[in-house]
Design a protein around this ligand. Sequence first.
Ligand code: SF4
Length: 425
Amino acid sequence: MSSLENLYNEWKKYYPDIPLEAYFKQDMLRLGISFDSTSLLNPGTYKTKDYFIFSFDRIPLNEMTQEENWKAPEEIRFLGGEYNLQQTVVSVRINPKSPYKVFNIEGQLKIFYQNNEIASVLYPDIPEYYTKKYKTEKLPGEIAPVIEWGYLIYLTVFRNCQYFGKDEECMFCDINHNWRQQKQSGRPYTGIKPVEDIIEVLNGIDQFDHVAKAYTLTGGSVVTQLGGKNEIDFYGQYAKIINERFPGRWISKVVTQAYEQEDVKKLKDCGIEIYHPNYEVWDADIFNQYCPGKARYIGRDNWNRRIIESARVFGNENVIPNFVAGVELAGPRSFKSVDTAVMSTLEGLDYFMSHGISPRFTTWCPEPYTSLGDQSPAPLEYYMKLLRGYKQTWKKYNLPVPPGYGPPGVGKAVFSVSAFMDVLE
Ligand code: SF4
């Protein structure tokens, strides 16, 4: 029996309630994807990785012998094959050692698992607005890239985090290391994006694009001041100008730390509709050790209280905090079994969902320069049990589909860094 048949049989035996597409997607996200040289021959014909905030790669840029950092697609969409898979979007995390490998065979892209063909593959098109000229000399894909198969405009307006160094940075986050690597590689990479550049490229999107439906304003935490502004005012200034210039054109989302209601109201007043105060990990000990800056500056109890209270400003369904699924099984404070880790994380989900708030999750990628970079990714079993528990809890509280993520369901979801939208109906 081939290794792919074994993998398939595992799914059939233990997780038949989870779509097979979500099973493969989570495995590709946790293990990364490898690219045969044949699959990287024409990088000018598809959208390549823009490194929209983190590296999300399993090796450093300077070890990419095929220049995958310049040539790999932002995402892949797999479909068809022996299992007749519905089209599924997966964010690309480069890992030359991954068992998932893309080949170009006689002009057709295919993805294999340990030399067994799984499905056909598509790469994303280059958006039309990427090809236009702008007053700014910066590239549109650097200033306002799209991800999620074109659905989401990703505005990382501050490419660093003021939580800096081992004592403050979150242990799973490579935002500052990614910045250093990208600059060293020669990629144009603006640290603090001028609002005029953003507006300029958004003009192009407004004019030429019909796929993007939402934007996210994001970046590192501002602990003191940035450009003379605190974090709320710093991110709020972009939101205000964008929403005045393009009222209602895209769903507006922002990621900041968790703030008191009078502060988050300022974001709402700037036209923000969806608020992401990311709590990262539920377990208190792990949060305190793995998010030392956030723990010291705001504290877990304040953080979680503020998440709940911010629903009074934005409405329950518009508060969508993220957690980084899988870190609770890595590093010095980790849970020793999948079941205890899932139990803890579901406790957090139950807490937020009982208040009408649906968190979302991203799949932890052990990026090499982070404090957890030498750890193994969480097992696939963890992600399957988490998806199952997520869906059950979401149904238990009869919650709506989280807004701003595109359509839910297998074959339709575009959220690319976890399968949570793929399993919702
Ligand atoms: S607060 Fe933590 S997760 Fe957020 S950007 Fe800073 S280091 Fe990364």
